[in-house]
Write a protein that binds this ligand. Structure first.
Ligand code: FUB
Length: 338
């Protein structure tokens, strides 16, 4: 991933214009997945560090080693860091790069879903459990069978079914897979071919496995055609999220190299989803990643930017801003530095 040219950015001015400030400043945090459990807000972010690894297109400089859960009593209260919830050294199968996680609760157990590189160099997705939303979490000895790539997002539907969405191109390795099979020779499609798609699978009752074959999540334009690889401003790159609003399923994601958070709407958890628009305009820093969570009847976008580190792409800070819907179900685009 190329680092943006940040020399021209006036960070003081930007900080003043920013619509929100970092939720925590004593550590760098990114990729916030937010949930309300027992009337309290819990955020499951990546914990960014400077691992001393040079910048490259594979994202190797994102050398994160552990997770911290951040909690808030209300949306306006102080964000509390609850310490290390899971460290890569305590995950038997994972070698490095603890990237964007997510969490859910079932029958009083909390489940942390996280991607990491296995010792074979391939990203897979693991599960860890705890009795408490803040951990500590104990990892399963092996990754989820059949999982690959990055950025898991777990969604509980109203009927009690749980779905895992995942996938990401470039450093996230999705381009190396076709029909769920890895081949080192696979690459991205050509610009006039359909873009690679995010993935989804329903989880088993214990949430430790996929209960079905991994399926592609179709994102189509207003004519029902799949978005093309060359459509960089709309096609899927990484950072899946699912939320339900007024009975509709909203699949949102990052467009990566064009830096938007976009959304597409469907009638069921598998899609197809029709591209509808942008939720967030580009932030400072190369990556954009988010979650959407309802807190006391209002909807919030949890996101990150690199303003605290003055533009260092792999040292990010989580933030939150309220989102608003129009009567037709569309979301008003947020400009992070309005
Ligand atoms: O945090 C590492 C990677 O950067 C995430 O997995 C992507 O979504 C991007 O935010």
């Amino acid at each position: 991933m190329p680092e943006d040219n940040i020399e021209h950015i006036d960070f003081k001015r930007l900080e003043k214009k920013a619509i929100s400030q970092p939720l925590v400043t004593h550590i760098y945090t990114a990729d916030p997945s937010a949930h309300v459990f027992n009337d309290k807000i819990y955020i499951y972010p990546s914990h960014d560090i400077d691992a001393g690894i040079p910048f490259n297109d594979n994202g190797d400089h994102f050398g994160m080693q552990d997770y911290h859960v951040i909690s808030m009593d209300t949306i306006d209260s102080e964000a509390v860091d609850n310490g290390v919830a899971l460290h890569v050294d305590d995950v038997p199968w994972a070698e490095k790069q603890m990237w964007a996680p997510d969490a859910t609760e079932k029958d009083g157990t909390y489940f942390l879903f996280f991607p990491a590189r296995d010792y074979d160099g391939i990203f897979k997705i693991g599960v860890a459990t705890s009795q408490y939303p803040i951990g500590p979490f104990v990892a399963q000895p092996k990754p989820i069978q059949g999982s690959y790539s990055i950025d898991p997002a777990v969604f509980k539907d109203d009927d009690g079914s749980y779905y895992l969405y995942f996938g990401g191109i470039w450093g996230g390795q999705l381009q190396k897979f076709r029909n769920n099979i890895y081949d080192e020779n696979n690459e991205l499609p050509k610009p006039d071919e359909p873009a690679l798609l995010p993935l989804v699978a329903k989880l088993t009752d214990d949430l430790f496995k996929f209960s079905e074959e991994v399926k592609e999540v179709k994102i189509v334009d207003e004519h029902g055609n799949l978005l093309l690889e060359g459509d960089n401003e709309r096609r899927f790159f990484e950072a899946s999220w699912m939320h339900k609003y007024k009975g509709k399923y909203y699949f949102s994601y990052s467009t990566g190299d064009t830096h938007f958070i976009c959304y597409a709407i469907g009638d069921n958890p598998y899609g197809p989803f029709t591209y509808t628009g942008r939720i967030l305009n580009p932030v400072v820093g190369w990556t954009s990643h988010h979650s959407i969570c309802e807190v006391e009847g209002k909807w919030y976008l949890f996101y990150h930017d690199s303003s605290l580190s003055k533009g260092v792409t792999h040292l990010r800070s989580i933030k939150v801003a309220e989102i608003s819907y129009n009567d037709d179900g569309t979301i008003n685009t947020i400009d992070p530095y309005a």
